[in-house]
Design a protein around this ligand. Structure first.
Ligand code: ADP
Ligand code: MG
Length: 714
């Protein structure tokens, strides 16, 4: 197979980004332009307060949206939502409404905008929805703007929505995310009220760096494992992988560059602020990063980024892979979730401030986050668990499955001083501090980068680096928001109690933080997260290290997790249990698909190719021996091929037996663990033999594209 070539001849002039940025978004500017002033204000107010819009205003918005969308060529609209499959979902309806005389009118009403009723019965509900109540509702989320998805043959108006069951239970990832954002707002404002802040709103901010692979579409289509499981289940390593370290930040190839510019302009049209692009560590691996946004919009945008990336890649004859570990032996892909808290007054609450008050406030929030991660580290781990991410966490390329926090040397010193009740003194001239409540702003430049930490402070934000590349970011983000919100509420309570006892604000705050830091500093780790020593040390510190999805997901089943979500109003008890179930089920299904593929590919692709070669070798040997030529090396080649075929077939039989046993289980927990502990171990047993055969058989007869082709040709 040969890869397509494109050359970078004189590029067509592209329009200036600022001229078309956001042109397919029904954003504030467009609304302001198209709506009566009073309606516009009502929409803004309803969005800010999370309230329902009155019907008249909804009708006005719908009418403006329809006119705008039709002008832009949209014939259909859809409620765009994020069910618990992890993907996005959309059901399109035409704007048409028959008038009775054989004609139609385009209609779109406030009712159509605000609510729809897609049949929910084919989406996972984890027991939340009994079949006779299959109805599900989507409800407009006015905090994330509607947008138009263009394709070559038609355009669709997409309305971001929440997806709930007839009984009001969240069947999606957006609903809890929105609830967690509201809970965090309230909890953070509680803390700010201690520090004379004039902020009226606090939002979680998110900048999600996204890693991905690009390979030629022909190779992708020829690999059933990539097509159905998202990853290669077989493949002998290429002699050249990433060992020369020549891909990271390397010059971008023409064909990739042409994909990237198209992908970016499609994203810009949708108001997605993609800022950075570069080659990543593994061959054919890339990264893009947007400027951060309010977390709800950022999550929607990340879902769109993955979607647009795949569509645009197809146009270029490429396949974009967001799976966590598509190729063994080279790096996998993650998301780096840069997360912080911002106020309506423009302050970043994770920036050390200019005044003692601001710095006390910064420390209060920082230490609360440390305590939250320490208390709920298993829940945080659960929020990023997936069969794909299991291949990364704990492997020496991605942050480990142990949740820990990196703070940097200076902040660590500040906190250690706080614990001792000492005054932090600077050692270098820039670090002139007068006390614990005056943290120099230079800290931003002094938090060096520890790439091995799953949760690192990077000067004015945390970077949650353990998230899988294909994840729906709403799950880790709603979890992070929730654990921090719960802790901020507890922190406020503690400080209030000390104030009541007559302590000064500074005493009350420092006393509380000192205790918290002592309780939770075990989660802080500055060293190499990839090292074996850390695994041993973390165990001593009592930090969980759950390496597989079924055991990590238990984080959702813990009593303290269930009650955390329930108390905050993020997820009811049933909703948390349903998520636990759905994610376990999803894991079992993922492994089931892989197991079946491994068995089928082995028996129908690799073994036939190997047997054919075996026959040829046997014939050849017979001929040689008839001619009286002794050829022991060729005989041993034949023996090697036949032994590997034999062992592969035996392993497949064992795999099938284990698979049958796992399939027969009915309890969802038992099933997930059986797939993990009983079925999955056979994957490598089969693969070892097949990968060895790949290196013995004639390249021209190998039935699939090889690693060296997929990862190096383009
Ligand atoms: P790098 O980590 O590559 O040095 P930056 O630190 O500039 O790059 O930013 C990485 C990501 O962090 C970007 O998406 C950026 O927008 C985001 N980011 C910066 N500030 C914040 C913030 N306050 N909240 C959330 N994300 C942020
Ligand atoms: Mg970064």
């Amino acid at each position: 197979m040969t890869a397509k070539k494109t050359s970078r001849s004189a590029a067509p002039a592209r329009p200036k980004v600022s001229d078309y940025y956001g042109c397919n978004v029904f954003g504030l500017e467009t609304m302001k332009l198209l709506l009566p002033k009073a309606t516009f204000h009502k929409v803004q107010e309803a969005a800010a307060k999370g309230e329902r819009l009155d019907l008249d205003s909804a009708n006005a918005v719908a009418s403006a949206m329809k006119t705008w969308a039709i002008q832009k060529g949209a014939s259909h609209y859809c409620h765009w939502f994020q069910p618990l499959t992890g993907a996005t979902a959309e059901k399109h309806d035409a704007f048409i409404d028959p008038t009775g005389n054989g004609k139609v009118l385009e209609t779109f009403t406030g009712a159509m905008l605000t609510q729809a009723e897609p049949d929910a019965s084919s989406f996972p509900s984890g027991g939340l929805r009994v079949t006779f109540e299959a109805r599900g509702y989507t409800a407009w989320d006015p905090t994330s703007p509607a947008f138009i998805l263009e394709s070559e043959t038609g355009s669709t108006l997409c309305i971001p929505t929440c997806f709930v069951s007839y009984t009001g239970h969240a069947l999606d990832t957006k609903t809890p995310l929105l609830r967690s954002i509201a809970a965090l707002d309230k909890a953070a404002l509680g803390i700010l009220s201690l520090f004379q802040s004039d902020a009226k709103k606090v939002v979680a901010t998110l900048g999600a760096e996204q890693e991905y692979f690009l390979i030629d579409k022909e190779y992708y289509d020829a690999r059933p494992d990539l097509l159905l499981a998202g990853r290669t289940l077989f493949g002998a390593g290429s002699p050249k992988g990433q060992q020369l370290e020549d891909h990271y930040f390397g010059a971008i190839k023409d064909r990739v560059f042409s994909f990237m510019t198209d992908f970016e302009s499609e994203s810009f049209k949708l108001g997605i602020p993609l800022k950075t692009r570069h080659n990543e560590v593994a061959p054919h691996q890339y990264e893009c990063a947007p400027v951060f946004e309010e977390a709800n919009v950022a999550v929607d945008h990340n879902q769109l980024v993955m979607d647009i990336m795949k569509r645009v890649a197809e146009r270029h004859g490429l396949a974009a892979l967001t799976y966590e570990k598509p190729f063994a032996g080279v790096n996998g892909s993650g998301k780096h979730n840069n997360w912080s808290l911002g106020t309506d007054t423009g302050k970043n609450l994770l920036s050390p401030g200019a005044t003692p008050h601001e710095n006390l406030q910064f420390l209060t929030i920082l230490v609360s986050i440390i305590k939250a991660v320490h208390t709920h580290s298993l829940l945080l781990r659960a929020s990023i668990a997936s069969s794909g991410n299991d291949h990364r966490l704990g492997a020496n390329e991605a942050p480990p499955a142990i949740m820990s926090i990196f703070l940097g040397a200076q902040l660590t010193k500040v906190l250690n001083d706080l614990e001792k009740g000492a005054v932090t003194k600077g050692t270098d001239p820039q670090w002139i501090s007068l006390g614990i409540d005056q943290i120099p702003a230079v800290i931003k430049d002094n938090t060096d980068r520890n790439r091995t930490s799953p949760f690192a402070f990077t000067g004015n934000k945390f970077e949650f680096r353990a998230v899988g590349a294909s994840a729906n970011n709403a799950i880790p983000m709603s979890t992070l928001n929730s654990i921090v919100a719960a802790q901020l509420i507890a922190t406020k309570k503690e400080i209030d109690a000390a104030l009541k006892k007559g302590k000064s604000l500074k005493e009350a705050v420092l006393g509380t933080l000192k205790q918290y830091y002592t309780d939770s500093k075990a989660v802080c780790f500055e060293g190499n997260g990839y090292s074996e020593e850390w695994v041993v040390e973390a165990k001593k510190r009592g930090l969980p290290n759950e390496k597989t999805t079924p055991s990590a997901l238990k984080g959702f089943a813990l009593k303290k997790s269930v009650s955390l979500f329930a108390k905050l109003g993020v997820l009811t008890e049933e909703e948390t249990h349903s998520r636990y179930h759905i994610l376990l089920e999803k894991y079992a299904k993922d492994i089931d698909i892989e197991a079946k593929l491994i068995a089928e590919m082995t028996t129908t692709l690799f073994v036939p190719a190997a047997v054919e070669y075996q026959n040829e070798l046997a014939k050849n040997l017979a001929g040689l021996s008839a001619a009286g030529i002794n050829s022991p090396a060729q005989a041993s080649l034949l023996r090697a091929v036949s032994e590997k075929v034999e062992r592969a077939l035996v392993a497949v039989d064992e795999l099938k037996l284990a698979l049958g046993n796992a399939e027969a289980l009915t309890d969802v927990e038992d099933k997930a663990f059986a797939y993990c502990d009983k079925v999955k171990p056979y994957f490598d047993k089969v693969r070892v033999e097949i990968d060895a055969l790949e290196l013995l058989l004639p390249a021209s007869t190998w039935p699939l594209p090889k690693y060296r082709e997929m990862l190096f040709l383009m």
